[in-house]
Structure formats: structure tokens, C-alpha cells
Ligand binder design. Structure first.
Ligand code: FAD
Length: 461
């Protein structure tokens, strides 16, 4: 019998470990185009103590540990490039504390965004958290580990990683520690005023340790929601339009998108502006101020608001946007992957043109768009390419297009987000040597045996 299997089974119980071929097959891949690579074991821990014991065992045996949430990142970051253990965190999904007065929630890292959203709606309707447009099974831990963003990123403070108020982590050494106010007092309300160590686990793709608990900001949840759709044919005006709408401080979420489908939208730039309010009067005022901000475009007939039928509004005020998931696999071929590049706002026109060029060159379909992050401090510009999983040639073409898109994003002064290993290489090639040196020193300190998600954030020799 497999010795490591037995030891893992002693930690989590036989029901929560597998080395069966079918499980290893499933956990070897995600919905994107990245190459499959099978784990030796899939393990589902139920507590921080179980995670600690698994990491200690992996150190003894020198086998990789790859933390996994919903495996929805699409760019292969949960694919165990060097085998070992996939640590599926979904059993660690408890909601531990909701503090309405200080506006934070503490969850286990495997809690899904959908579950948390439903829980808050039912038990704490006065508050909400920022929801990514990912399918609801996406976990809070997985989303934080890649600096996610969501429907409150424009109005309430930026990337989701900026909304973290505290972390509990298991280092690659097996040591357990807390970061933020919870390290010192029994409250998870803030990372300040202590030295900010949470960043050692945010944006690292699970290469420094396993996040086991997260404190996260909550925000007031106004009663009414509405959405305005603004349409223009002129990509060069989008930066200015965004500047004006952001400047009103009246919108909750601002997203821009273009898509060749449905055909009647082809060639138009659409801006979706979500608005929330506590009364009809407030809603009218907010919408009026947004309309006023772009009045000169309306007067010059260069752009306009699109009347939205009620059944469409119902879909568009939702967070997450189910439309996105529906559109993702528009070819009905079972796959899609996107480059999400964090860009300066003024790069939007160039980013759009570069995307069109690439999709024309490779003759692939697409959707493109951007979500404003912070008050126009950046955008997450996405280039989404669906593909047919049964068609290897089509998958290869999309992989090439993604790679070229990563390069184009960097050329434009953006940085690919949650990017595949090949995109990470492009970033590392351009990174200041001192920065990369510090990253490797930090990893050596937190994970001396290099067991945490190896192959990621590493310069290929
Ligand atoms: C249709 C669609 C729309 C999307 N829209 C958005 C969006 O609006 N905003 C957004 O942010 N994302 C979006 N995404 C991307 C992605 O799905 C989400 O970011 C998702 O939240 C990732 O969470 P996950 O649990 O699936 O992470 P996973 O894919 O499981 O993991 C992501 C990374 O985090 C690491 N990791 C996972 N759990 C832990 C842990 N506990 N400790 C340490 N490391 C860990 C993994 O090793 C991996 O490197 C979208 C995806 C799809 C398919």
C-alpha cells in the first residue's frame, strides 16, 4: 500500500483523500488551454490543524502542495505542474464571524463567494461584500490569492486583496500564523497600524503558504439597484467618458465591454454603470448626475443611453453577472480562457485595438472589456477567447493568441493578472532583478524546501 496515501488518510480520513485515476484526471486540468499535469493525491482538509499536518508531511517527503479553491482561475494555476498533493480547500467553508458595526467578515478560505453572499443576504441584509463575476463556487481564498476584483472594486476601494483585514496562514514550513489586528487582539478589523505582512500571501498564487482564514471588509447594502447602459462607436472617447462618470462618485460598478455577438452590438462600445440607492429619490438624483456628466456626448449625438427592458435589467443588476459565464463558452466547445491585464485607464483604446488585431490574426472569436478598479486607478482589461476542447488545433491557436495578448499588454504598460506560467515568465523577464531577488529570498524563508505550488513565479532555467 502507498505509504504517503496512508499517512494522508490518517490526517483527513479515508473519505477525503484520493489517488484514483478519475480524480487525478479531473484535478490535472482546468477549463483553460494549459497543459494537464496530474497530482499524485487529492486531499480535502477540514481544519487549519489538518492543513498544518499535511504541509509538515509534504516537507518530510519533499512533495509539492498546490492549494486549490474553485479551480476557476482558468490559467492553470491549480494544475500541479510537478505532481504531489492538490489541497482542495472546499471543506473549509465556515463563516466564522460577521461584525456589522466594524464592517468585516471572517471566513475559512474555502468558503465560496456564492455561499457568503447568500448567507449575508439572509442573516445580515444591511451589509454585503464585493462579489467577483466568477461562477459562485469561486472561493474567497482563491480569489484573494490572485488579487481578484468585483462589483464593489470601483466604489469601495480597489482589488479584493485591498479589502483584506486579516489572514491566518500555514507557511510552507508548516508554521501557523495570523496577520493583521487578529495577530494581536481577538478582532479582525484592520491590517493597519501593524507592519503589513499580508502582502506576502496576496498575488503569490499559493507559492508562499496556504491561506486558511480571511478577514474581509463588508460594505453597506443599499435597498435599490439599477443599471444604465451607455453606448458609443468611438473607442477613443471611452477614457474621457469613464473619467466623467467616475467623477460623479454616483456609480457602484462601471464596466466597459465589446463583443461581436450578438451581431447588433458589433462595433459598439458599451458601458454598464450600476447604481444603488436607498430611495427612489436618491436613485433619480444619482442617475441624473451620471447623465449630466456625459451630456455633451448626448448633445453631439456621439453616444447615447440604451433603453433597457425590465427583463434585461434583472440580469444586469445581478452580481455575479451570469451573462459572463453564459457567454464564456459561446462556441459551446467546453473551454475558454482570458488574459486579464491590469492597465492604466488611458490604455483602453490601444488595448482594444491590439485585441482586435490579435483576434483577426488568429481568426478567433472574442469578447473584450474592462472593469474600473478604484476611482479610475486602473482597469482590469480582459480578452476572453472561447475554444473547442475537442479541437486540438483550435486550442493551440488560442494558446498562441493568449501568449501574444500577454506580450501586447506588457508592451502597452499593463501587467497580465493571474497569468499562466508562460505569462509569468514574460513578467519576470521585465522585472527589476532586485525585485525578483527579494521574491526568491522570501520564498526561501517561508518555504525552504520549495514545496508550495512549484513552477509558478519562477524563472525557467
Ligand atoms: C466567467 C468567469 C468570470 C470571472 N470573473 C471574475 C471577476 O469578475 N473577478 C475576479 O477576480 N475573477 C474572475 N474570474 C476568475 C476566477 O474565477 C476568480 O478570480 C476566482 O475567484 C478564483 O477563485 P478560485 O477559488 O476558483 O481559485 P483557484 O482557481 O482554485 O485558485 C487560484 C490561485 O489561488 C491559489 N489558492 C487557492 N486557494 C488558496 C488558499 N487557500 N491559499 C493559498 N493559495 C490559494 C491557487 O493555488 C491558485 O494559484 C472569473 C472566472 C470566470 C470563469
Amino acid at each position: 500500500m502507498d505509504r504517503i496515501y496512508e499517512k494522508l488518510a490518517a490526517i483527513v480520513g479515508k473519505e477525503f483523500i484520493s489517488n484514483a485515476p478519475e480524480e487525478r484526471y479531473l484535478y490535472a486540468r482546468d477549463q483553460g488551454v494549459q497543459q494537464a499535469s496530474a497530482p499524485d493525491y487529492v486531499v480535502m482538509p477540514d481544519s487549519t490543524e489538518e492543513v498544518r499536518q499535511i504541509v509538515l508531511l509534504a516537507n518530510e517527503e519533499r512533495i509539492p502542495v498546490v492549494p486549490m479553491g474553485g479551480a476557476l482561475v482558468l490559467s492553470g494555476l491549480t494544475i500541479p505542474l510537478r505532481g504531489g498533493i492538490v489541497l482542495d480547500m472546499k471543506r473549509m467553508n465556515r463563516i466564522l464571524e460577521v461584525n456589522e458595526a466594524s464592517h468585516y467578515v471572517v471566513v475559512e478560505a474555502g468558503a465560496s463567494h456564492g455561499m457568503l453572499q447568500a448567507y449575508l443576504k439572509k442573516h445580515h441584509p444591511a451589509v454585503k461584500h464585493s462579489v467577483p463575476d466568477a461562477p459562485p463556487v469561486a472561493t474567497v481564498g482563491g480569489n484573494m490569492a490572485i488579487h481578484g476584483s468585483g462589483h464593489l472594486s470601483q466604489s469601495e476601494g480597489g482589488f479584493h486583496s485591498e479589502m483584506v483585514t486579516g489572514l491566518e496562514v500555514v507557511l510552507g514550513t508548516g508554521e501557523v500564523l495570523k496577520l493583521g489586528s487578529c495577530s494581536t487582539v481577538p478582532k479582525w478589523f484592520s491590517r493597519a497600524p501593524l507592519p503589513d505582512l499580508a502582502g506576502l500571501f496576496l498575488g503569490w498564487n499559493g507559492t508562499t503558504g496556504v491561506i486558511t482564514k480571511i478577514g474581509m471588509k463588508l460594505f453597506p447594502s443599499p435597498k435599490l439597484k439599477d443599471v444604465m447602459m451607455f453606448m458609443t462607436e468611438d473607442i477613443d472617447s471611452v477614457t474621457d467618458i469613464l473619467f466623467r462618470v467616475i467623477g460623479t462618485e454616483m456609480a457602484e460598478d462601471i464596466a466597459f465591454f465589446v463583443s461581436p455577438m450578438p451581431a447588433y452590438f458589433d462595433g459598439f462600445q458599451l458601458l454598464m454603470v450600476s447604481v444603488v440607492a436607498n430611495s427612489e429619490k436618491e436613485m433619480r438624483m444619482r442617475k441624473e448626475l451620471i447623465r449630466d456628466s456625459v451630456q455633451s456626448y448626448l448633445d453631439d449625438k456621439e453616444a447615447g443611453f440604451l433603453p433597457l427592458p425590465p427583463h434585461m435589467k434583472v440580469k444586469l443588476v445581478e452580481a455575479p453577472q451570469k451573462n459572463l459565464s453564459e457567454f464564456a463558452d459561446v462556441m459551446k466547445g467546453g473551454g475558454f480562457e482570458y488574459v486579464g491585464a491590469i492597465m492604466p485607464v488611458e490604455a483602453i483604446p490601444e488595448a482594444y485595438r491590439a485585441g482586435l488585431k490579435i483576434t483577426e490574426k488568429y481568426n478567433i472569436t472574442y469578447s473584450m472589456g474592462a472593469r474600473v478598479v478604484g476611482r479610475g486607478h486602473s482597469v482590469m482589461f480582459y480578452y476572453a477567447y472561447p475554444f473547442n476542447r475537442a479541437d486540438k488545433e483550435n486550442m493551440g491557436t488560442v494558446a498562441k493568441a493568449l501568449e501574444e495578448t500577454n506580450e501586447a499588454a506588457l508592451e502597452m504598460g499593463g501587467i497580465p493578472w493571474k497569468t499562466e506560467v508562460s505569462g509569468q515568465q514574460l513578467i519576470l523577464e521585465r522585472m527589476e532583478p532586485g525585485t525578483y531577488h527579494l521574491m526568491t529570498q522570501i520564498r526561501k524563508l517561508l518555504d525552504p524546501n520549495g514545496i508550495m505550488n512549484p513552477g509558478n513565479w519562477e524563472v525557467r532555467s
